[in-house]
Write a protein that binds this ligand. Sequence first.
Ligand code: NDP
Length: 288
Amino acid sequence: MPDTPLENHARGGSPDRYAVIGNPVEHSRSPDIHAAFAASTNQHLEYTRIEAPVDGFAAAADAFRRSGGRGLNVTVPFKLDAHAYATACSEAARMAGAVNALRFDGDRIEGENFDGSGLVRDVLENLRIALDGRRILVLGAGGAARGLLLPLLATAPAAITIANLDESVARALAELAAPQAGGARVAGCDYRALAGLRFDLVFNATSASLSGQLPPVPATAFVGCKLAYDLAYGKGTTPFLRLARNAGAALAVDGVGMLAEQAAEAFAWWRGVRPRTKDLIERMRSSA
Ligand code: NDP
């Protein structure tokens, strides 16, 4: 039975090992983020990068686990593989159909998805914008959008609209979320159906910003909008952020805060201590 993180730290043994696994993975900021968290919380750990072959997730995760690894962050393209690999998944991970953090405890492999809770925490705690009673627009219906829905619904919004190029995918996602909707209206549509509609918060969960593209959201969606949030990060002022600012959004930010907060959630899950994120987010924003 391995030590708990606190026992390991107390006895000054070799550091507990964690890693981010992806392909490619050299761009990942997770090692820097977790090193900062470990320093600020006085945790004794080592955090590295693992680039696994695209068809080799399970073998690479097995090898890391067998060599004593305690947990993994999972990034593109392995979030679905990690979901299949876990022996026990949280409700957020099941709803997302994707896992972005794994914790190893003997033969038990726990899967979590902190993308949505990280985003919600960034909006509520860092940006100090309320979500309850709001009209929310989510652009895209891929992995990140799926991960957002449960945590967003838990904040009791008035309505969530999911817009996607392929309307059938957006509708299917809305149906999947409906049993968890409480009093919120959840609907899926294509971009044309957004004409003339207004929203309090708009989340760009498409991958369009990664290639400098703009999802075809009408400018009217941002009139009176309190927050436009691009999940992409490290891309400067994306076409989405530019449109949102020009069209009247009170605040338009990128996904650095979400990145830091989902990392903090994983760190707390692994180590039992929650790191502070404020300074880190400011540093990452100013160095972007
Ligand atoms: P996926 O590939 O799973 O999904 C991408 C989605 O974007 C699909 O719905 C796709 O629609 C849509 N899309 C792609 N290009 C366009 C376009 N030009 N116009 C409109 N829609 C488009 O990606 P993820 O969900 O994993 O990631 C989405 C974004 O979220 C990325 O920018 C990623 O970096 C970011 N992200 C940020 C995180 C953070 O911590 N800040 C964490 C996780 C993700 P279709 O299927 O119809 O083509």
